[in-house]
Design a protein around this ligand. Sequence first.
Ligand code: T3D
Length: 261
Amino acid sequence: MDNVVTVEKHPSWHELTLNRPERLNAFTAAMHNGLADAFDGIEADSTCRAVLLTGAGRGFCAGQDLTERMDRSVPVDLGATLDATYNRLVRRIRSLGKPVICAVNGVAAGAGANVALACDIVLAARSARFIQAFIKIGLVPDAGGSWYLPRLAGLARAKAMAMLGEPVSAEEAAQWGLIWKVYDDEALMPEARRMTAHLASQPTQALALMKRQFEASETNTLDQQLDLECELQRRAGTTPDNLEGVRAFIEKRAPKFTGMP
Ligand code: T3D
């Protein structure tokens, strides 16, 4: 299949779809290239103010395509492939100055689950499952999983998910704080698109600064975080959207945010 990542451009947001449904959208080198190109386009396009990531067919993503790992005639260096592919993707999602919403439309396994968890807001279909499948093939969680899981779900759940590799339902994932919300299967994509379009109409600079705030909060002390809040609020306070929000409130009308710096 040629377009292993499809990009649908809406006026203010892009929808990226992992598109290898016959393999549950398992990651290949071509898919990583497609995603890198898509993120290049998103970063360069100032009219794109939010991103929606989802999968085609009945799965979201089954992680690394294992058929690419069968040939051991040359020694594999999975550290090098991780560095060049998944780590790059996760860093791009986390550092992108625009919100990334993930609509987990079906099973999310291995790196597929962890790339979903790297997104800013994660929604799931009721039938979706999250599987830390690594242990089944003698690997350890990657794509940031060993970082998100204990922070989002707590160490007890993180360890059991990783060591047992058992599926976690969408409902459980929401109850545990791994994801934001669960929708009936048929409601997922309309809700995800509505939410992405809404975010694309919001103060983009403030959303970008929030991403920085929350990222830094993982390692900052309260004192450091209070200082960072001063720095970032100073920046937010110079944006046209701050003034527009204040004016709209006083004038009792809906704000028109441009997202401009
Ligand atoms: O290598 C590195 O670079 C290091 C990085 C590693 C990151 C990782 O993600 S490691 C983990 C890799 N993923 C897995 O181990 C998951 C493997 N898949 C599964 O366990 C199951 O497919 C699922 C639990 C995800 C879904 O099960 P089910 O029963 O709903 O579907 P299925 O029948 O197993 O899969 C449907 C088809 O997709 C099937 O092909 P077929 O038989 O119809 O021709 C299956 O082989 C294929 N498929 C599913 N996952 C993968 C895959 N093909 C290649 N690679 C896959 N990961």
